[in-house]
Ligand binder design. Structure first.
Ligand SMILES: [Fe+2]
Ligand SMILES: [Fe+2]
Length: 270
């Protein structure tokens, strides 16, 4: 199965890139299943229903969220009506929506998607992501109930993300990190057959501080005082993600490629 994961969509620039380029990427890479992290798609803070619909219409089969899951109030209701949107598995026991779901791709193939929040350097304490993922993976054996399994590990620390990759190695097709908005250059297939990248990077304008206009974050770093609100940077976005090809029988990854499309990030060309 051919899977594309797109990292945190940042504001209008990120949405525009996904809406304009995903149909072409779907065609060019002959994608069977696309997962998009939408936690910053609305003004950099959360995802509203209208923007969720536009990303789904552009070709996303599933949208994941993150620590900003419910920054936009209408997501509290919309996530209950739209099963293609997942919030983190360990967000809160009372959060609406689901943190894992089995999707059906072409040919009836089953794809499990789940997302967990990490605990290191995060704003508040979330439940243990390792035991949360373990429960879901035990319920959905790779190559049995699910032909492919994607885990979005949403956190700050690369160490925690790598730990999650190894914890899921052989039990998931892909473990991919989100949240830092900066892609890491460590895409690989782990020894047990799980494709891994510490962070997919954002889909946003990289002439910014992690997707926000530079002035306000710089002011806060330099003076320790805030003056205005953070605004998503509006220049052309680089669409950043991870392409993974899996063996339908075993569910293991056979190919992994980092994707960077458009905008400022350099891409190797022969
Ligand atoms: Fe994010
Ligand atoms: Fe986040």
């Amino acid at each position: 199965m051919k899977i594309l994961f797109i990292g945190d969509v940042m504001g209008r620039a990120g949405r525009t890139a996904v809406i304009e380029r995903l149909p072409r990427l779907r065609e060019a890479w002959k994608l069977d299943f696309v997962v998009v992290n939408g936690e910053n798609a609305t003004s950099g803070m959360g995802l509203n229903a209208a923007h969720a619909k536009s990303l789904l219409e552009a070709g996303a089969d599933c949208l994941t969220l993150g620590d900003h899951a419910f920054d936009q109030r209408d997501m509290l209701q919309f996530i209950e009506q739209e099963p293609r949107i997942l919030r983190p598995l360990n967000f809160s026991k009372v959060a609406p929506g689901k943190g894992a779901r089995l999707f059906t791709a072409s040919g009836g193939r089953k794809v499990l998607v789940t997302q967990v929040l990490g605990q290191v350097f995060m704003k508040r304490a979330f439940d243990d992501p390792f035991s949360a993922v373990d429960t879901v993976l035990r319920q959905h054996p790779l190559g049995g109930m699910a032909q492919a399994i994607l885990v979005d590990v949403h956190c700050e620390a690369t160490s925690e993300k790598m730990g999650m990759g190894h914890y899921c190695d052989g039990r998931a097709s892909v473990v991919v990190g989100t949240h830092t908005h900066v892609p890491t250059a460590d895409a690989q297939i782990l020894p047990g057959g799980t494709a891994f990248q510490s962070d997919a990077g954002m889909c946003g304008d990289y002439n910014s501080v992690i997707g926000m206009e530079k002035d306000e974050p710089l002011r806060r770093f330099i003076t320790g005082m805030s003056k205005g609100r953070f605004q998503p940077a509006a220049g052309e976005a680089t669409l950043s993600g991870l392409y993974v090809e899996t063996d339908d029988r075993t569910g293991k990854a056979v190919r992994v490629e980092m994707i960077r499309d458009g905008g400022r990030l350099s891409q190797a060309t022969p």
